[in-house]
Design a protein around this ligand. Structure first.
Ligand code: HEM
Length: 367
């Protein structure tokens, strides 16, 4: 009872303080009330200013692509999350209404969505320099401090890391004659597993993921991981889950209102937990891959990166670091694996649906 009375008294004090602040100094309030009045009105003003700022941020700038109207404060995040369809289906429907280029308001963060081969090519290929930068979203800041490879800001780190990645892929990968035989070797492991099912149905996803990631692993670590290596598979699963979580409504909300990060629950916390496990695992893989390293005689991407780190030791502006190495390795694995795996899964589905496109003739056409 005493506690409840205490709350009521405090509430009454706050209410009096609020009115006192609004009504002006009719009479000199006692010290505690004056203090509460000041804090109350400061809080009120702060919330008011933040609300106005958020609403202003949500205004669609002149000339910006059209898009569905959003709710105050959270914009279209709610529609994305509450829609009965998956986010990409919701977005495809919006593109039927607003065109191939439309915009969404992700809680004050303006996003432009491209839907169509020509517009994507125009943006990523013809205007690549304009779109090369990455937005400083709270999620990217927290995960990679805008470093690494995929999320690096357009600057020295961006250039250095892309140059090293492209050179490594050429030097240890597709630029080597022996690489084709290594891919064929992986294909043989892949087919061997399929044959164990003796025509029975099974889910291709895990197997394709393992096979595809192994091609990238050869370039990054100089070795493949067996399909029985559950630790590596678990790391990829967590990373894939993070790709999905990063596009979830809760994480969009975190990007719009980063103070949500103080809540000890939610999808953003799951994402941070997964990332910690993934980075720890990758750091151990990197250590293992560099055990027999001979400086300036690289055998794979990790060796080349460590050589760059050595060279940049006395350069305070060098962007090569242990932390960025871990981010880059993880990003290369996931960028190559998720995408290629999904393309192959779609291809297999289409071949199953249209058996007439299977067989030697179709592959000759592709060549
Ligand atoms: C069918 C397979 C693939 C698809 C559909 C695909 C798609 C994409 C897309 C849409 C981007 C974003 C481009 C941008 O924002 O500028 C991207 C970037 C990237 N992808 Fe792929 N990708 C595929 C395979 C791969 C593979 C095999 C690797 C390497 C192992 C890879 C590594 C990267 C990297 C490093 C980036 C960042 C490039 C940059 O920001 O400049 N991708 N990919």
């Amino acid at each position: 009872m005493g506690v409840r009375r205490g709350w009521k008294r405090r509430l009454a004090l706050w209410a009096v303080a609020g009115f006192a602040a609004l009504a002006g100094p009719m009479r000199e309030p006692p010290g505690a009330v004056a203090c509460a009045a000041a804090v109350g009105s400061a809080l009120f003003l702060l919330l008011f200013a933040l609300g106005i700022r958020q609403l202003l941020k949500q205004r669609r700038p002149a000339g910006f692509p059209p898009g569905p109207r959003g709710l105050p404060f959270i914009g279209n995040i709610c529609s994305l999350a509450a829609s009965a369809e998956l986010p990409h289906v919701y977005m495809r429907k919006q593109s039927q209404v607003y065109g191939e280029i439309f915009s969404l308001d992700l809680g004050g963060i303006s996003a432009v969505v491209l839907n169509g081969y020509d517009v994507v090519k125009e943006c990523l290929v013809h205007q690549s320099e304009i779109f090369a930068d990455r937005p400083c979203l709270p999620l990217f800041m927290k995960m990679t401090k805008m470093g690494g490879l995929l999320n690096a800001r357009y600057g020295r780190g961006w250039v250095d890391h892309r140059r090293l990645a492209v050179n490594s892929f050429r030097y240890f990968g597709y630029g080597q004659k022996s690489f084709e035989s290594k891919i064929l070797e992986e294909t043989k492991f892949f087919i061997d597993v399929i044959e164990t099912y003796k025509g029975r149905p099974f889910d291709f996803k895990q197997l394709i993921t393992n096979a595809v990631s192994n091609i990238t692993n050869l370039i990054i670590f100089g070795e493949r991981f067996t399909y029985e290596d559950t630790d590596f598979q678990h790391m990829i699963e967590l990373f894939s889950e993070n790709v999905e979580l990063a596009a979830s409504a809760s994480v969009f909300l975190y990007n719009a209102f980063p103070w949500i990060g103080i809540l000890p629950f939610g999808k953003h916390q799951q994402l941070f937990r997964n990332a910690a496990v993934v980075y720890d695992f990758l750091s151990r893989l990197i250590e293992k891959a560099s055990i027999n390293r001979k400086p300036q005689s690289p055998q794979h991407f990790v060796d080349s990166y460590l050589d760059e780190m050595d060279q940049g030791k006395n350069d305070p502006l060098s962007t090569f670091s242990k932390e960025n190495l871990i981010f880059s390795v993880g990003e290369l694995i996931i960028a190559g694996t998720e995408t290629t795996t999904n393309v192959l899964r779609w291809a297999i589905l289409l071949m199953a649906l249209y058996p007439n496109i299977q067989g030697e003739d179709s592959f000759d056409d592709l060549r």
